[in-house]
Design a protein around this ligand. Structure first.
Ligand SMILES: Cc1cc2nc3c(=O)[nH]c(=O)nc-3n(C[C@H](O)[C@H](O)[C@H](O)COP(=O)(O)O)c2cc1C
Length: 172
């Protein structure tokens, strides 16, 4: 556990090797409460999260993103935007569902890290295969797959590679 947000940000990193140990119900409750507290445009909360824990369904999901490491996760979340309840800016018709889902998913990843769990954003999956295998309501469009579980390694072996602050900030 940590109470320091900077430390938590350092702790959260993409985990690509998991132990088979199941995630406790207390951890699921905690993480999903944190997800539910994410902000969203006009508070529309245009999201839905499908939790996959069944081994047969996990194997099906693996075919949408066929990487060996992905198959080690004991659970995976299909994070969807709800295209029927997302806020659309009138001026330029920009839909904000992706932004809202991204914030909620990062709540998920940070909360998981705080509980000692690992996650990894996966967007490079086959949307066609996913839709074929998991016929979700058409309003729920998958944005990311988030494998989740107890990390095989501590995850602190390598420092994070980031641009220097001076490169990403301009004082206007
Ligand atoms: C929107 C998004 C999509 C990503 N998609 C993938 C992916 O398909 N496969 C993968 O292995 N990692 C994916 N990542 C993880 C990034 O590679 C990772 O966050 C980045 O290299 C920084 O490393 P860190 O998460 O350990 O800090 C994705 C991350 C984000 C935010």
């Amino acid at each position: 556990m940590t109470s320091d947000f900077l430390h938590l940000c350092q702790l959260r990193k993409s985990v690509r090797a998991f132990r088979s140990q199941a995630i406790s119900e207390a951890d699921w409750q905690y993480i999903m409460q944190c997800v539910n507290l994410a902000p969203s445009a006009v508070n529309f909360q245009p999201w839905h999260f499908y939790i996959v824990r069944d081994s047969h369904q996990l194997a099906q999901l693996h075919s949408c993103y066929p990487r060996d490491w992905f198959a080690t996760a004991p659970a995976c979340i299909i994070a969807c935007k709800d295209i029927e309840s997302q806020w659309v800016r009138k001026e330029d018709t920009k839909a904000h569902g992706d932004i809202d889902v991204a914030i909620a998913v990062e709540h998920l990843c940070l909360a998981a890290a705080e509980r000692g769990l690992g996650t990894c954003w996966v967007c490079n999956f086959s949307t066609a295969r996913l839709t074929e295998l998991f016929p979700l309501p058409s309003r729920h469009v998958p944005v990311a797959l988030i494998p989740i579980g107890h990390p095989e390694t501590s995850g602190m072996e390598e420092p994070k590679k980031r641009k220097p602050l001076e490169e990403i900030i301009t004082q206007l």
